[in-house]
Design a protein around this ligand. Structure first.
Ligand SMILES: C[S@@+](CC[C@H](N)C(=O)[O-])C[C@H]1O[C@@H](n2cnc3c(N)ncnc32)[C@H](O)[C@@H]1O
Length: 251
């Protein structure tokens, strides 16, 4: 298995920690993505690559009829344990187990970069009703907060963070050009150790060897214990959600 495939499949080994320590998504981002559909009705929404249900839970809380699709067995079990009122199915973005033109929106949380886009985009187009929306969201560090920017350096591993350039990557004749929205977000952490736990759920930490991980964990802890922003008690990790929405055009 190549590195990309290993990373894409790495999350299940820490599924419980992932559910415990990763951030959710801002509700304002979900609403912005759906607002052009122009309805307050309950929508049929697919959460693709749903993981442990971080985004799924937000979609259910907004009152939508949600189907969650996720290929990793451990991640999907965690989702089923934690999120109720959802139809949960095993499956991949390149072969979505949902009939043609049956959903109003497809959401993808922090996962679009793992897909084989040439196969996934036509599949997403297939399941969407005409006029429906594809929403790809990421949670990223807020680049303007100095201590967290430094922490990114301290926590880097021998493997690069997964880069993406969504507007170009997502260009496809079945969709309008992507529009982008940015929404502030935060993750509350009680201690330096809790932020280290969050960092250890990233694929760049999951696929390195134990020795490298231990060395990075020591560096992260030393840094967080030395900084006034994080050394003492609960703190907010400064994040933002980058959201891209594009609409299914008729064939
Ligand atoms: C970083 S996690 C994001 C999970 C969830 N959406 C969230 O926001 O917490 C990436 C997820 O993508 C899934 N994944 C990787 N490759 C995939 C593919 N080809 N099709 C569907 N899901 C995939 C992984 O199993 C993992 O659960």
């Amino acid at each position: 298995m190549d590195l990309h495939a290993r990373r894409a499949d790495s999350f299940g080994a820490q599924a419980e920690a992932y559910a415990e320590h990763r951030p959710d998504y801002p509700v304002a981002a979900i609403r912005w993505a759906l607002e052009p559909l122009g309805t307050t009705e309950r929508l049929d929404v697919l959460d693709l690559a749903a993981g442990t249900g971080k985004l799924t839970a937000g979609l259910v809380a907004e009152g939508h009829r949600v189907t969650a699709v996720e290929p990793n067995e451990q991640m999907l079990s965690e989702l089923v344990r934690r999120v109720h009122d959802v139809r949960a199915l095993p499956g991949h973005a390149e072969h979505i187990p949902v009939p043609d033109q049956t959903v109003d929106a497809v959401f993808v949380g922090t996962a679009f970069h793992w897909f084989d886009q040439e196969k996934a985009l036509p599949e997403i187009a297939r399941v969407l009703r005409p006029g429906g929306v594809l929403v790809a969201m990421w949670i990223e560090p807020d680049p303007d907060v100095e201590w967290y920017a430094e922490f990114q350096q301290v926590s880097s591993s021998s493997i690069e963070s997964q880069r993406h350039d969504p507007v170009d990557v997502m260009a496809h004749p079945s969709f309008t050009r992507a529009e982008r929205g940015t929404f502030p977000h935060a993750l509350r952490r009680d201690s330096p150790e809790a932020l280290v736990d969050t960092t250890n759920t990233y694929s760049r930490m999951l696929v390195i060897d134990e020795q490298e991980r231990a060395a990075i964990n020591d560096k992260m802890l030393a840094f967080l214990r030395s900084r006034p922003e994080t050394s003492n008690g609960p703190f907010d990790v400064p994040l933002r959600s980058e959201v891209y929405r594009m609409f299914r055009v008729s064939d």
